[in-house]
Design a protein around this ligand. Structure first.
Ligand code: ADP
Ligand code: MG
Length: 699
């Protein structure tokens, strides 16, 4: 190693400074997000191999991955079946076969009787007792030559970079870091390390890359090892700090000041077909207060399905319009965007405001006209899907962004929007609305950059949805119930669910169900909506349902969010066992919107485990989205609840939400400590863990 390495900090040193890493390997490592020596240090093993001891052959069991050492008894080619070479080795305790399907002549000549061989691989049952298939092997003079003093790390790889290249490079990186305490800065305050009994950063990295053999590989991956906990803690902290920094950065911009005149506000409210609830009024006041400040608002409104979030957004829009600014409202689906479009068009019909609609489906001349109206300021409110935030969309004077049903968008998408719509040095205010209550511990990774308002009251007269859990064996009874229901002039939904991955299958299932129900219920007018229909078709069906020209709407989970038809008071959900409780609660929120009785029938596929039934029973017992979300978290774990499997969610380097969620509650106080006493640690921590994800860095 060259002398200059000693004097540079590893976080700035390129990986090419290490022996064995040329520019080609460096380019390949970039695919793993590895640019510097520090990045290598944080490229942690997936698992470990134990080459620190040799296991006597007699003690081998199938499934073990171990090191053995023995003398070759014979090597033979087998022609029967798939050609292979079998080599039998023996130690003092027994014999073992090694089997190779790919082999060269030299290879089989090397494995001469009497040769001492060390082998590492997985043991399995073969034709003649235990065998190893394609073990790594090495010819040695004595068994001791094989032994390693630490567990052997197995790293995540990328094409063209082998385990041994990575191991060698990371060994050097760790050695560099051990050379001096200042080689890699430990940004966690000393007091904190003591409080949680965490090792220093250098010790933690040393332990994880080269664990002493007395630690079993399982203990390490089990997540209880302080060395790992410390790093996970640091990673969570970095994400939390990044969101907080994003907030501070955004708040340091100027925003337009909205002063809503009371007469205008009262006139608008009096025109609504209902009176605002106390909770709605309180949240509106919180928003008004935010928008009176010259810094941009970043506010999340949480309210259970049906709590009336849309009208709260409408009042925020009124504030912006009144001050001469435009409003963009983004919904996660076309259906929901259309519904908002209708609501806003009605609510703002008496004002001079032009409300326009923009989705990816809008093409040609109509699209041009809409874009023009946004660019020249003729349009005051635009409602649409994420197409709103494409590069081709320009705003004349955007003052407020509303994002509805945030749970459908990832954190990164949300942050990306902040760059949109700057105007004369002013940044728009942001209002985010969600019906999914994220449990408190998870909120800090998802929402810690937002101020939170909660609508904790439903409009008066709402009755809880009566929910039953019914076996699919009683499907005919359920169908009979629909007929009876429709005869009473009420409408109903039939929701077909399938595993999320296959939208095609889900739509097919909905089509089949609609056909079947049409045959079985000739007096019932049946409509169908699913995700693969054209927007205009969907719209026509939904409109027919709203107009009561259709009694039963068969749908996929596209209707999950926001659809609002108060006369529809019965919902059948097929295969509810395949969905999360929070999602079921969202779906169920489509009924119970009027003040009549409403019902939800969870038609599960029989047989269902006892646990599965208990899970569904939670919906029977509770109508409170917060309670349901907490239970969901308990039963399914945080990964599922936060939807980490969806794209756009937080990607961790080493943390695992399922395994490490107990650490989350320690994070806010640690972040506060860092903010107050070690602000210089903030940027380096973010850089270390998140560095290259641009949306955190740029907000
Ligand atoms: P969500 O919070 O689920 O988005 P919506 O905004 O769609 O709920 O409102 C649900 C229904 O309740 C709509 O029909 C809406 O017009 C109605 N609504 C909203 N606020 C009130 C209120 N204060 N009183 C009565 N009905 C209301
Ligand atoms: Mg809504």
């Amino acid at each position: 190693m060259s002398a200059s390495i000693n004097h540079s900090a590893p976080h700035t040193l390129p990986v090419t400074a290490l022996t064995g890493i040329g520019s080609q390997s460096a380019a390949r490592l970039e695919k793993l997000g590895i640019h510097t020596v520090q990045d290598l240090l944080f490229h942690l093993p997936l698992r470990y191999q134990d080459r620190s001891r040799i296991v006597p052959i007699a003690e081998l069991l199938p499934g073990m991955t171990t090191l053995v050492c023995g003398t070759v008894e014979f090597t033979d080619s087998i022609q029967r079946g798939r050609p292979s070479v079998v080599c039998r080795i023996a130690d003092a305790s027994g014999t073992l076969s090694l089997r190779f399907f790919h082999f060269s002549v030299q290879q089989s000549q090397q494995l001469k009787p009497g040769t001492l061989l060390g082998c590492f691989g997985e043991i399995r049952y073969g034709y003649q007792g235990l065998e190893m298939v394609h073990p790594e092997y090495k010819i040695v003079a004595c068994a001791e030559q094989l032994l390693e003093t630490t567990l052997t790390p197995v790293y995540p790889l990328t094409e063209g970079v082998s385990q041994s290249i990575l191991r060698k490079a990371i060994k050097q990186a760790v050695a560099l870091c051990l050379q001096s305490d200042s080689a890699i800065a430990d940004w966690l305050p000393h007091g904190l390390l003591q409080q949680y009994r965490y090792p220093s950063l250098t010790d933690a990295l040393q332990t994880l890359h080269n664990p002493p053999p007395h630690l079993s590989a399982d203990i390490i991956s089990g997540g209880s090892l302080p060395a790992l906990k410390r790093l996970v803690f640091e990673e969570f902290l970095a994400h939390h700090l990044a969101l907080l920094q994003g907030k501070l950065a955004y708040k340091s911009w100027q925003a337009p000041v909205f002063q809503l005149n009371d007469t205008v506000k009262q006139a608008f409210i009096e025109h609504l077909p209902f009176r605002l609830t106390g909770a709605q009024q309180r949240v509106i006041a919180e928003i008004e207060n935010d928008c009176r400040q010259p810094q941009p608002m970043l506010r999340l409104v949480q309210g259970d399905v049906g709590s009336g979030k849309t009208v709260v957004a409408a009042l925020a829009a009124l504030m912006a319009l009144n001050a001469g600014f435009q409003v963009a409202i983004m919904a996660p689906t076309e259906l929901l965007a259309e519904q908002h479009f209708r609501n806003f068009s009605t609510w703002f019909a008496d004002t001079a405001t032009q409300v326009v609609f923009l989705t990816g489906q809008l093409k040609g001349k109509a699209r041009q006209t809409t874009l023009q109206a946004l660019a020249d300021g003729t349009a005051g409110i635009v409602i649409g899907t994420h197409a709103l935030f494409q590069d081709s969309v320009y705003f004349h004077k955007l003052g407020l962004i509303v994002i509805d049903e945030q749970h459908r968008f990832g954190v990164h998408q949300r942050l990306a929007l902040r760059e949109k719509g700057q105007h004369g040095g002013l940044r728009p205010h942001q209002l985010i609305m969600t019906a999914t209550p994220i449990p408190r511990t998870l909120a800090m990774l998802q929402y810690s950059d937002l101020d939170i308002s909660i609508i904790d009251e439903l409009p008066p007269g709402r009755k809880p949805v009566v929910t039953s859990v019914i076996s699919s064996e009683r499907r005919q009874d359920v169908i009979g119930r629909i007929e009876h229901w429709v005869a009473q002039q009420r409408q109903a939904y039939w929701v077909c669910t399938l595993i999320e991955e296959s939208e095609v299958l889900q739509c097919e299932a909905a089509e089949k169900t609609a056909e079947y129900l049409t045959e079985t219920l000739p007096t019932v007018r049946i409509g169908l909506v699913h995700g693969r229909m054209k927007a205009a078709e969907k719209d026509a069906v939904m409109q027919a349902f709203k107009n009561r020209d259709c009694d039963l709407l068969v749908a996929t989970t596209v209707i999950e969010v926001g659809v609002d038809v108060p006369n529809a008071g019965l919902m059948i959900i097929e295969n509810p066992e395949r969905l999360g409780l929070s999602q079921l609660h969202q779906l169920r929120g489509r009924v119970g919107r009027g003040n009549q009785d409403s019902y939800c029938l969870l038609l599960y596929q029989s047989p269902l485990s006892q646990a599965g039934k208990q899970r569904l029973a939670i919906l029977k017992e509770s109508n409170d989205g917060f309670v349901i979300a907490e239970k969901d978290l308990e039963l399914r774990g945080p990964g599922e609840v936060m939807g980490t499997r969806q794209t756009g969610q937080i990607q961790f380097k080493i943390a695992d939400l399922e395994r490490d969620s107990d650490l989350l509650e320690l994070i806010p106080s640690a972040a506060q400590l860092i903010h107050q006493q070690h602000p210089d640690a903030i940027q380096p921590l973010i850089q270390r863990w998140i560095g290259h994800s641009r949306h955190y860095a740029e907000v």
